[in-house]
Structures are given as C-alpha cells and as structure tokens.
Design a binder for this molecule. Sequence first.
Ligand SMILES: [Zn+2]
Length: 279
Amino acid sequence: MQAPFLGEDAITPRLTVIIRDDDISACTRPDTLQALYGELSAQRPEGGPVCLAAVPLLSEHVPRLAGHLDPNPGVWPFLRDLAAGGRAEIALHGHHHAPGEWAGSDPAALRRLLDDGLARLEIALPGVPVRTFVPPHEHFSSAARDLLIERGFNICTTSANMFPPSRLGWLAYRLRQRLGRPGFYPVVRRGSARLFAADTYLFTPGASPAACLRRARRAAGFCTRFGYPLVVVNHHWHFFDSAGQPRPALVAAWRRFVAELTARNDVAFTTFAAYGASQ
Ligand SMILES: [Zn+2]
C-alpha cells in the first residue's frame, strides 16, 4: 500500500450538520416530523439526530398547523423515544412563545421564566436532558443571553440577536453579504455554553423549492470550505400549507438535500449539545 500523501489534498473535507426544527408543541403531530426527518434517521447508523425546539406551555402564540389545533397526547412519548434513541436533542424554545417574553432586563424575572419553562418540559419529557435554548421570534435581551450563558446553555439564534450590532458590526455584516457569505459562522465558546449564530433559513415557502435547494447546496459548500457547522433551521409548518396539506415540491427539495448529504461519507449529523461537548 502506498504511503498516504500528506499534502493539503489528502485532507478529507468534513461537514458537520445540525438540523434545528422550531415550534414543537403539545399540538405537533409526530407524522409531520416523521415525514421530514424519518428518512434521515433511517439512513444514518448514528441516528441522524435533529434538534427539536419545544415550547413547553401551549398558548395562542405557538404556530400550529391547520387541522392540528388540539393537543396530541402522542407527541411527548414520541419525543421521549426519539431523545432516548439518540435521534433528537430537545431544546427549550422559550416559555409560551409570546413576542417579547425574553426581552426583559430583570435577571430574577428571567430566571423564574427559565426555571418554569424547564420544569414544564421536565413534566412533559421526564429525564430528557435540555442543554440548548432557542429564543422564540429570534429575540431576547442581553440580560437573558447572559443568564443562559451563566447557566451553561447552548444558544442558537440569529447573529443580530446574539451579538447586537454595533456600527462596525453592521458594516462587517453588510460586507459579508456583499461577499456572498450565506449567514453561517464559527461557534463561539462562553464558559461551558456554546453560541451558534445562524442567519439563513434555507427551506421556506417564500422562495421556490429549486431556489431553496440551491441556497442549501451553496451553504453546505460554504460551511465545508470554512469548517463551520451547517445549522439548518426549519419550521416543520413551513412544509405544509394553510389547509395543513404538505407542499410536495418543498418537501421533495428538502428530501433531495438530505439524500445528498447522507450520500456523502464526509458529513456528520449532530446536535448542539453533542457538538458543544466535543469542542
Ligand atoms: Zn418559534
């Protein structure tokens, strides 16, 4: 056997993918999640985990699919099984998803909100570890951010929310946009917490499915080249229309992207918690 060539060409490009899906609640139907992520876990021996960001308290602010407006008793056991099997990380997605619920500056009030959210999730999903926070509406105050970091939570949100822009930051952001960087960043370490900024939602009904697939491929190429994790933020309800029916072309584009990633042997799927623990 020939000795391996030690030049740059010998380095296998490697892409780490973290899939995050928001607005999981008591009303989410397991089959909607299964339709989007079932194939991924079937293809991957390690389980192809996804991060499901759950709202612990159902309120009128939680996005729900038409026809799925009532709580579904099957959802929590389904999520527990996924988590126990290493196929999902459960993240805390706020408290009851009200706009501005994490915008306060009083640390004691924020602590009560956080502890109540965690306690409610523990009742719904006993024994499931929760190490990651996703702010609802991509919005929280710097006091909330500091509290989460102090408590060691991984955070994933937009860069503008995570790092409120200074004028210099804004100019840097504009420059990045002009250079065609698609809104993905290296992970920032703060104590035992990890901060994952992700600005680009790849699969949305606002663009054509072909355009979604193109930007997803471009993002995967970018993150592979720069060695950043690719954080794919989905809203499962984006893949369904206002009547609760699947948008077939968008679902197909998503499945195509997943199939392309799973076909690569240099792609690893992981979670925020596992990624944070490995760094
Ligand atoms: Zn949300």
